[in-house]
Design a binder for this molecule. Structure first.
Ligand code: RTP
Ligand code: MG
Length: 139
């Protein structure tokens, strides 16, 4: 079933020139970018995006990181896009990520881990609408 997921190439991966490699991995896996922009989130925008984590000890540090530089925000569309993207990303901690995953290749540690991906249909809908109005999504 074709579905959409929200992916972010985080500021650490943009800084280390990994944007092209990461987008290539999405396309090779059959995930097509249908909306995309380079943007620097303000801290409040990052806090709103990660609001589900606001009680976590890493919340403030995470939002400082996510607003530290430009990130690439992308809507990916394809069969089983949510699960497929989570597989491409690998485990949250790059040290535990499988070989051939984005986080294994480009993540530094459990916080600076190169990419974000929606984890359910509900979060994909919230996250996609958080960054893109419907008229900016192509399909
Ligand atoms: P994401 O939401 O970014 O796709 O990552 P995820 O589902 O694999 O991990 P999640 O538990 O949702 O955590 C969100 C992001 O917070 C940072 N984090 N830091 N210091 C820590 O222990 C810690 N744990 C998580 C990471 O940047 C993680 O991707
Ligand atoms: Mg998550």
């Amino acid at each position: 079933m074709s579905e959409r997921t929200l992916a972010i190439i985080k500021p650490d991966a943009v800084k280390k020139n990994a944007v092209g490699d990461i987008i290539n991995r999405y396309e090779q896996a059959g995930l097509k970018p249908v909306a995309m922009k380079l943007m620097q989130m303000s801290k409040p925008v990052a806090e709103g995006f990660y609001a589900v984590h606001k009680a976590r000890p890493f919340f403030d540090s995470l939002c400082t990181f996510m607003s530290s530089g430009p990130a690439v925000v992308i809507v990916l569309q394809g069969d089983n896009a949510i699960k497929k993207n989570r597989e491409l990303m690998g485990a949250t901690d790059p040290a535990k990520a499988d070989a051939n995953t984005i986080r294994k290749a480009h993540g530094a540690n459990i916080e600076f881990n190169a990419v974000h991906g929606s984890d359910s249909p509900e979060t994909a809908a919230f996250e996609t609408a958080y960054f893109f109005p419907g008229m900016e999504i192509f399909s």
